[in-house]
Design a protein around this ligand. Structure first.
Ligand code: KG4
Ligand code: ZN
Length: 339
């Protein structure tokens, strides 16, 4: 078996392909983002996403192979995201992967998108991550803590009662009249604001359990923007007073809502390392606060670089290689699963 794997990712609004050697060495990673197509709607529109993947999938795969200087017949196999995600989007990548694998006689492996995000945090730190460890996944669709026994074995320990952290960033950005995706725009505006200006609420579960919730925070921002009157119309962006302070104070509340449960979870699990994954892992304030508070608690916290925090196919090829090396193979009946 050669050790080159082609990874294909199309679970949400990014069409991506990558070639990775030995599960770690990224030879190419191509991402075609649909952000501009969804921006007018303030979030991902599934029907637009599926059609856009169809247009991009083959050019993106060709580009990844060309950039890596690799031919299909040199591959050990093809790895593809088959869950979780938007079914119409997943099916595009899955169909392309099946067609290529079938016609070239290559092994096919399905990869779990969330496990791949966590794997991304280990790809740039070879040899440094030891298992078991705790993983915090913070993306547009997920906010959850896992215990990872190995790259291929993860158990969910806690999740969100309502929104995902990235979704909260996107919705609050929309409310503040900032462009989609909301995470980067809020983070940029927050740099000019005072994060202690508005005491937005921090979430604590009534029963003391570890978990996440962002809906109360989102509602508090809405009330604040409407001047305390829930029934008042949302003012136009330029009429929102101290918008940078709102952005910074909201971001501080999200960061606190993520950091506290993560540190508690790592302590309860008796681990010394935490992996952080998903688009919200790009957030600079989260990196600073979790990094610093983790160090104080004797924890090593690993973040992927921003390009491998958001959706990409290098993480799919990397984890796919781990599955192939462990002897896994999927059949042509491999199906797309929303969750
Ligand atoms: O992992 P990802 O690329 O796609 C999903 O699988 O959801 O995550 C996308 C999410 C979006 O909600 C986006 O607003 C958020 O990640 N995000 C950020 C930042 N960059 C991206 N959130 C906070 N701060 C950022 N710098
Ligand atoms: Zn993702």
């Amino acid at each position: 078996m050669t050790d080159l794997v082609l990874g294909i990712e199309s679970s949400c609004d990014d069409t991506a392909a990558a070639v990775v050697r030995h599960g770690r060495e990224i030879l190419s990673s191509v991402v075609h983002t649909q952000a501009a197509e969804h921006a007018p709607f303030g979030g991902v529109v599934p029907e637009i996403a599926g059609r856009s993947h169809l247009r991009s999938i083959l050019p993106v795969i060709d580009e990844a192979l060309a950039k890596a200087g690799v031919r299909l017949d040199q591959l050990a196999g093809i790895a593809v995201t088959h869950r979780p995600g938007l079914v119409g989007s997943l099916l595009v990548g899955l169909s392309a992967a099946k067609a290529l694998a079938f016609t070239r006689g290559l092994p096919l492996v399905g990869v779990h998108h969330i496990e791949a995000h966590v794997y991304a945090a280990t790809m740039e730190a070879p040899g440094e991550v030891s298992y078991p460890c705790v993983a915090l996944v913070v993306s547009g669709g997920h906010t959850a803590l896992y215990r990872a026994e190995s790259p291929l074995h993860m158990t969910q320990l806690a999740t969100t009662l309502d929104d995902a952290a990235g979704e909260a960033f996107d919705k609050v950005a929309y409310l503040l009249g900032l462009p989609y995706p909301g995470g980067p725009s809020i983070s940029d505006l927050a740099e000019q604001g005072d994060e202690s200006a508005i005491p937005f609420p921090r979430y604590r579960a009534k029963d003391g359990s570890i978990g996440f919730s962002f809906s109360g925070l989102k509602t508090a921002v809405l009330y604040h923007v409407r001047g305390g009157d829930a029934l008042a119309p949302t003012p136009p962006p330029e009429a929102i007073p101290r918008r940078a302070d709102v952005a910074a104070s909201f971001q501080a509340a999200v960061v606190e809502n993520l950091v506290r449960p993560t540190l508690r979870c790592a302590r309860d699990q008796g681990v010394s390392q935490v992996l952080v994954a998903g688009g919200v892992a790009c957030n600079n304030r989260l990196r600073e606060v979790l990094g610093a508070r983790g160090r104080e608690a004797g924890l090593q916290v690993f973040f992927p670089s921003p390009a491998y925090s958001t959706d990409n196919a290098a993480m799919i090829a990397g984890l796919g290689w781990q599955r192939l090396a462990a002897g896994a193979r999927d059949g042509w009946d491999l199906d797309a699963q929303p969750s």
